[in-house]
Design a protein around this ligand. Structure first.
Ligand code: ZN
Length: 403
């Protein structure tokens, strides 16, 4: 019988081997031992169990350097199926992947403010049922479901505490879906999952210190420190959108005044353009929104700004400066190697990039920006569901201690 500590060491070693295979396969047992620092005997024992569990395969391949066959290891794509779910403010997105995170099936559907919480949860359950039946067709056992929510989540209990933009409070989603699906359920804040998605599959792949920022309605941030998502003591950390930057500013969805998210993102851009247009009407802009400024979108403003409209350009410029100033503070605190910018900001990339970059570099302390890169996400709309898949794999592969 193993003691608690021995059991923990065994689990950590097992996940170390699995994660090494995820990053470096195909490789031999000896190479795994070299990379992990584990003894060859320990690696062999772990690998044998993983092969028995159907998570790892071995293949005899000719090694050209030594001229004799060598046995290489890899993760089995059919090791299992993983489901990633994002419940957004106005959509549900579900992704089914195999054990090496290759997409097998995906589905995205809109939701509406008139729908109740129960209706949206039921709608998501039906899509997850479809994903599970696709997994069954592929003869894959489901390993778990990762769920991203736009709000504060108690990750230990899997409870959504509050989602201001969805108007949901205290939803024990893990409990509900544990009973419904009989699978491990991982509930997380969407911005944290987006960061994990960037780390596993996106522009932050293998960057161990970075911050991702994404804005569609609110402003979400995920902070990765030394290859681990920063969650704080109880999982509520990293809410950088609610740093108060202007005590005399606009009211925020969290109930306070002048949070950073009231200054950056599509909403403040639209607010400023509308205000200017009420004072100085612009026939071309009024025409494109059919005479009603309520129809004005961030996309329209970006297009007009690119065509040289000064009102639109200045509104985006102001938001870019506010974004850059806030990022500069984060750079001073965390000294990341990379900032990943996603969400609606991607639409404005061509106008925003230079100002954001300039503001960060002139506001942060110079040593902290020495190795800093700023990049826009390449798969921003999928980053959260990819992260939801990653959080399940992460738990299996790396024991990120969620439960
Ligand atoms: Zn706030």
């Amino acid at each position: 019988m193993l003691t608690g500590d021995q059991e923990k060491v065994r689990k950590v070693n097992r996940s170390l081997v699995l994660n090494t295979l995820r990053l470096h396969a195909p490789i031999s047992r000896a190479q795994v031992a070299n990379i992990t620092g584990l003894t060859r005997g320990t690696v062999s024992n772990i690998v044998n169990v993983l092969i028995e569990d159907g998570l790892v395969f071995e293949d005899k391949l000719e090694d050209s350097k030594i001229g004799r066959p060598s046995i290489l290891l890899g993760l089995r794509p059919d090791g299992g199926a993983v489901i990633g779910v994002e419940i957004g403010v106005n959509f549900i997105s579900v992704l089914l992947t195999n054990f090496v995170a290759e997409t097998l099936w995906e589905h995205r559907t809109p939701t509406f403010p008139t729908q109740s919480q129960t209706e949206i949860i039921n709608q998501a359950e039906k899509i997850i049922d479809q994903a599970l039946s696709v997994a069954k067709e592929h003869e894959l056992r489901p390993l778990g479901i990762g769920v991203g929510m736009p709000g504060l989540v108690n990750i230990r209990q899997g409870n959504l505490i509050i989602a201001p933009n969805l108007h949901w409070k205290n939803v024990p989603l893990r409990l509900i879906w544990n009973q419904r699906f009989r699978l491990p359920i991982y509930v997380e804040n969407e911005a944290n999952l987006a960061a994990l998605g960037e780390y596993y599959f996106g522009v932050a792949r293998n960057v161990d210190n970075f911050i991702s920022l994404t804005s569609d309605i609110g402003l979400g941030g995920g902070v990765v420190i030394d290859g681990r998502l920063f969650r704080g003591g109880h999982g509520y950390g990293g809410e950088i959108g609610h740093i108060q930057r202007d005590p005399q500013g606009e009211p925020c969805g969290c109930g306070r005044i002048g949070c950073w998210e009231t200054q950056v993102g599509p909403r403040p851009v639209l607010r400023r353009v509308k205000k200017e247009l009420q004072q100085t009407p612009d026939p071309a802009l009024l025409e494109v929104c059919a005479g009603d400024l309520e129809n004005l979108t961030f996309e329209m403003v970006v297009k007009f700004a690119l065509d040289g409209n000064q009102t639109c350009r200045q509104a985006i410029e102001e938001v870019s400066i506010n974004l850059g100033e806030g990022i500069a503070d984060l750079v001073n605190i965390f000294n990341p190697d990379l900032i990943v910018i996603g969400g609606a900001f991607i639409l404005g990339k061509d106008i925003m990039q230079e100002t954001i970059q300039k503001t960060i570099f002139s506001n942060a302390l110079p040593p902290a920006t020495e190795n800093l890169r700023i990049e826009f996400s390449k798969r921003s709309s999928e980053a959260c569901v990819l992260g939801a898949v990653a959080v399940v794999l992460d738990d299996i592969l790396r024991e990120m201690v969620i439960n």
